[in-house]
Design a protein around this ligand. Structure first.
Ligand code: BES
Ligand code: ZN
Ligand code: ZN
Length: 477
């Protein structure tokens, strides 16, 4: 989709128009006739969120009324979600080009609608013989943004597009080496971004016991990708972004039964999210120092696959008893987190991971399960921006009592709890062990990374959830 800025005079614009109507404003600014105004007034009595479509042959006027008096984040999220209905109308009407303007409407409200259009217009089309319908062009009234502002937003939305595309790609076409190559190619073209790709031999010499164990049942080699972007002159250390990159999660020898394996191509969404955030920050030259650490492998039961009862020695020397090979994400993340601690002295480590089914059971598909260790300030900031962009966090406790549940008889830790209770927290606790004293925030995105059916402004499939959250957090730095 192409966005442009234009001077749009809604009364005599020759084209399809979306007219955003937030506040009651002077009737004379409305591109409506007397009868139409009466109709709008009548509808406003019943409630403020509605759409009226007026014929302006050969064009149409989509008059989108919304309630601007609710809390700002609610108003904006409402507009994001209504973008989906709007798109469906466009498709039905055969409308591929629209202009967006309004009255009684703030720039951030217009931005939310545009963002919603961008999110809702995405579908995973690569394997379809016939290219599906998409909205082609949106002209935005230039009273709302400067050129540079609209461009910056579009660069972010483009990164979200690619994040979703990667997550939707099946492992047959995006395995660990292929994903690493793709990230390296993007980094090579992006000013200020450095990419290091470690292959299996380098991972072996680093002794990343977790990543190597998970990879043992696979024909495809693992990769450990480190992306760095530094646009800051201080000595506080980088923000480290660690992303779970399980390219496919079969469960390993504890193979996923029935239909539990379905959609597990999305188990690398954490890695896709963190790479996308770093690229977006570089695109828009945010003044931050970031390091993304992405352990990549699929998890399969083939060859010499790692087994329950195996005891692994991790990158930092911690020993881990494998109790269930399906708790693989924390093993590869642990190595990446320990690597960040040892090599970067980070100001904070934030990880994103489709880590536990328990997170989905606890809060469904409506937010992120979050935890912290020495990272109170960072988590509070993330919660705050999460409410603003409506990619929300709910905090789970990290009480010391949970530590007991991941202690092993035979090793330092076990890779899942002694009981299935609090599975999301024991996973977070496991990761926190490897962060040591470094401020650490864990984001379990299992519920939100991939929707098995359409929801709000997302069609079924990868959502890119978390990219806007972390980008907004970086903007606050
Ligand atoms: N990738 C899964 C978690 C998951 C489940 C993500 C559903 C998205 C949707 C993870 O590797 C896993 O299998 N976790 C196990 C852990 C258990 C064996 C301790 C789980 O949650 O069942
Ligand atoms: Zn698993
Ligand atoms: Zn997994």
């Amino acid at each position: 989709m192409i966005y442009t800025l234009d001077k749009i005079a809604p009364k005599d614009y020759e084209g399809n128009i979306v007219f955003l109507y937030g506040d009651e404003t002077a009737e004379r600014v409305l591109p409506l006739g007397k009868k139409e105004i009466a109709l709008v007034k009548e509808r406003r009595e019943e409630g403020r969120d509605f759409m009226l479509v007026f014929d302006r042959l050969p064009y149409r006027l989509y008059f989108l009324s919304f309630d601007s008096e609710k809390e700002a984040a609610e108003v904006q999220e409402g507009l994001r979600r209504r973008a989906m209905d709007l798109l469906k109308r466009f498709e039905g009407d055969g409308v591929e080009e629209v202009a967006v303007c309004g009255a009684g409407t703030l720039p951030e409200e217009v931005a939310a609608l545009l963002e919603g259009l961008s999110l809702a217009d995405y579908s995973f089309d690569r394997y379809k013989s016939k290219e599906p319908w998409h909205l082609q062009r949106v002209a935005v009234d230039k009273v709302y943004f400067k050129e540079e502002e609209l461009e910056a937003m579009q660069r972010l939305w483009n990164r979200i597009y690619w994040c979703r595309e990667w997550v939707n790609l099946p492992v047959q076409d995006l395995n660990a080496p292929a994903f690493a190559d793709e990230l390296a190619a993007i980094a090579a073209d992006l000013e200020g971004v450095k990419c290091t790709v470690m292959d299996k031999r380098q991972i072996e010499s680093l002794r990343m016991g977790g990543l190597l164990a998970v990879n043992r049942g696979s024909v495809d080699e693992p990769r450990f990708v480190v992306l760095e972007y530094n646009n800051l002159n201080d000595n506080e250390g980088p923000i480290c972004l660690v992303g779970k990159g399980v390219m496919y999660d079969t469960g390993g020898l504890n193979i996923k039964p029935e239909d539990y394996m379905q959609d597990m191509k999305s188990d690398m969404a954490g890695a896709a999210t963190m790479a996308s955030v770093l690229f977006a920050a570089a695109d828009n030259k945010l003044p931050v120092h970031l390091v993304a650490l992405l352990p990549l492998t699929d998890s399969r039961p083939g060859f010499n696959a790692y087994a329950a009862d195996d005891i692994l020695t991790m990158y930092d020397g911690t020993t881990v008893e494998v109790v269930n090979t399906d708790a693989e994400g924390r093993l590869i993340l642990a190595d990446a987190i320990a690597y960040a601690v040892k090599n970067y002295h980070p100001r904070v480590i934030i990880d994103a991971a489709t880590l536990t089914g328990a997170a989905v059971r606890a809060i469904s598909t409506f937010g992120i399960a979050a935890m912290e260790q020495n990272g109170r300030r960072e988590l509070e900031m993330l919660k705050l921006v999460g409410e603003q962009v409506y990619e929300r966090l709910v905090e789970f406790p990290m009480w010391k009592e949970y530590d007991e549940l991941i202690k092993s008889e035979y090793a330092d830790l076990r890779n899942c709890g002694t009981t299935p209770q609090a599975g999301t927290i024991t996973a977070g606790k496991f990761l926190a062990h490897f962060a040591k004293e470094t401020p650490f925030v864990h984001l379990d995105i299992a519920g939100v990374a991939f929707f098995s059916k359409a929801q709000h402004c997302w069609r079924a499939g990868a959502s890119g959830y978390g990219v806007r959250l972390l980008y907004a957090y970086l903007q606050m730095q």
